[in-house]
Write a protein that binds this ligand. Structure first.
Ligand code: ADP
Length: 219
């Protein structure tokens, strides 16, 4: 079941954009920050906002934080504050605790505390942008594991008008096209006879090495 209520601790650049996006997707969000001005700026945009120190256990208890499905610790720069808030969210029994880390060591500490998901926004965005810069038709990618990737690529002119059977990606590159997004709609699990057109978006799965080989040959 999808979580419905989120508590976001720290409404800096990362926390505020995450909280606003959750609201736009229809979820309830409680935003907590110790900075009064920050909270005032966000008060109209979130379901509830509170000026509070997230390392104060009594305050978190009185806000009923334990009833939230998911808590996000979006404090980055102040590692001590981030760690203390993460401990409290775990101890209070918040369903899933996600925390932002600013360094590998910070991330390791959060994992050791039992944080369910540690994210490294700056590092991950750096990697993502680098991939997009070297592969101009790459729209997005997801690492399935250390060795496997799913990528979203724009179909280029060199593939225009070709069927998947003509491209023969499985045999030639060891990658599989799992979906094609066309202006007319998305084709999930396309067949060998489906035709690609320039501008369509293809979703491709394969090993890092094979996906990279495919990307380099079809740009
Ligand atoms: P970003 O890089 O995403 O802007 P920052 O680490 O600069 O993240 O901002 C984190 C926010 O967390 C700030 O608005 C700060 O006031 C808030 N914050 C820091 N410590 C606490 C705390 N103990 N309780 C509540 N809010 C906190």
């Amino acid at each position: 079941m999808k979580p419905k209520q989120f508590v976001v601790i720290g409404l800096g650049r990362f926390g505020s954009s995450l909280a606003i996006e959750l609201m736009e997707q229809g979820y309830e969000v409680l935003g907590i920050d110790r900075d009064e001005e920050v909270v005032e700026d966000m008060s109209e945009l979130l379901t509830h906002t509170v000026v509070a120190d997230a390392t104060d256990e009594g305050v978190l208890k009185s806000l009923g934080v334990r009833n939230f499905d998911c808590g996000i610790v979006a404090i980055g720069d102040d590692i001590q504050m981030s760690i203390l808030s993460a401990i409290l969210l775990k101890e209070l029994g918040v369903g899933t605790v996600v925390a932002k880390a600013i360094s590998v060591l910070h991330g390791r500490a959060l994992e050791k505390l039992g944080v369910d998901r540690v994210i490294f926004p700056e590092r991950d965005m750096g990697i993502r942008v680098a991939h997009q810069l070297v592969t101009p038709n790459l729209l997005d990618y997801i690492e399935l594991s250390k060795d496997y990737l799913v990528v979203e690529l724009t179909v280029t002119d060199c593939m225009d008008g070709k069927t998947l059977s003509e491209l023969n990606t499985r045999v030639r590159y060891g990658v599989t096209v799992v979906a094609v997004n066309k202006p007319s709609g998305i084709i999930v699990a396309p067949t060998a006879m489906d035709v690609l057109h320039a501008g369509d978006i293809m979703v491709v799965i394969g090993s890092n090495e094979n996906v990279e080989r495919f990307e380099n040959e079809v740009v």
